[in-house]
Design a protein around this ligand. Structure first.
Ligand SMILES: Cc1ncc(C[n+]2csc(CCOP(=O)(O)OP(=O)(O)O)c2C)c(N)n1
Ligand code: SF4
Length: 272
């Protein structure tokens, strides 16, 4: 019997180019499970947009859907254009942390501020995976990478908290260990009208794990499990906890009027 997800995939593109044990497959599976549980039987209501990197390869060319591979870091401007012209479509951006939080960070912040109806899923593997493991703005302090052989001196950026401040109505963060919660957040995000952001802290055993001292992908999953703390607990603790732990959960889930709807209705209400 074929796996339920095969109908969402271009079979001629399988197997994927991902390394064994890469977290990208976990996200792919969670995404299809979410879509299936929402009652979709194909992806014709969706358009996928991605930049450059291993994570960007998740939708394009693997999903049996309309998809576009853009320049590195520029998926959001292209997705914004698609949403403005075709507001009835579910426009989903999937990309890596280098792509979305490095070279493309300003686009991400402005999409949240505008509250345009995109769903952005950022695979945070804490490294530039595709290009061989250079330090990223998300790499934890002290971690050895190919460009920080003695350990990273910088602190990582916390994109989820930045996007809450920017006005995103839905922000959630999970790891590849928290697959059920990840799938449920994807379902919620796809049902919501405004800008939605889901971050998944993921394992890159090849470009991150080896240099950082993990023996195999399952060691990384165990590390995610043991080093995560819920958002509710973190809020009651001191500032340092955000640096020491992976804070998982829904950071925000509120209502704000979506931009393309406001444009269509010529809605100049400044309150919501
Ligand atoms: C303008 C530009 N600069 C640099 C690159 C080289 N490049 C390709 S992928 C990548 C990093 C991707 O890292 P990330 O987004 O974290 O994705 P991952 O491969 O880790 O999934 C870089 C720097 C490029 N393609 N274009
Ligand atoms: S280099 Fe890392 S992110 Fe890229 S496919 Fe391999 S394990 Fe996955």
């Amino acid at each position: 019997m074929k796996h339920f997800a095969v109908k969402y995939l271009r079979e001629e593109k399988l197997p994927t180019p991902f390394c064994p044990g890469c977290g990208n497959g976990i996200l792919m599976n969670a995404f299809f499970k979410a879509v299936e549980e929402l009652g979709y039987r194909d992806l014709r209501d969706f358009v996928f947009c991605s930049g450059i990197g291993c994570a960007a390869w998740i939708p394009s060319p693997h999903f049996m859907a309309d998809s576009i591979h853009t320049l590195h870091g520029r998926a959001i401007p292209v997705a914004t254009g698609i949403k403005l012209m075709k507001p009835h479509l579910k426009v989903v951006v999937i990309g890596g942390d280098g792509d979305l939080a490095g070279i493309g960070l300003s686009h991400l912040i402005h999409a949240a501020r505008r509250n345009i109806g995109l769903t952005v899923i950022m695979v945070n593997n804490m490294i530039y995976g595709m290009t061989g493991g250079q330090v990223a703005p998300t790499t934890p302090r002290g971690i050895k990478t190919t460009t920080t052989p003695k350990g990273n001196l910088e602190d990582p950026i916390d994109v989820a908290r930045i996007l809450v401040e920017a006005g995103a109505p839905y922000v959630a963060k999970w790891t590849t260990y928290h697959v059920i919660s990840l799938k449920n957040s994807i379902k919620k995000a796809l049902r919501k009208k405004g800008f939605t952001y889901i971050e998944v802290v993921s394992q890159c055993p090849t470009s991150y794990g080896r240099n950082a001292g993990f023996k195999n992908p399952s060691e990384m999953l165990k590390w995610f499990k043991e080093n995560s703390i819920t958002y509710e607990k973190a809020k009651k603790m001191g500032r340092d906890i955000w640096k020491k732990k992976i804070v998982v959960g829904e950071y925000v889930d509120i209502y704000r009027k979506e931009l393309t709807e406001r444009i269509r209705m010529e809605d100049l209400d400044y309150e919501n």
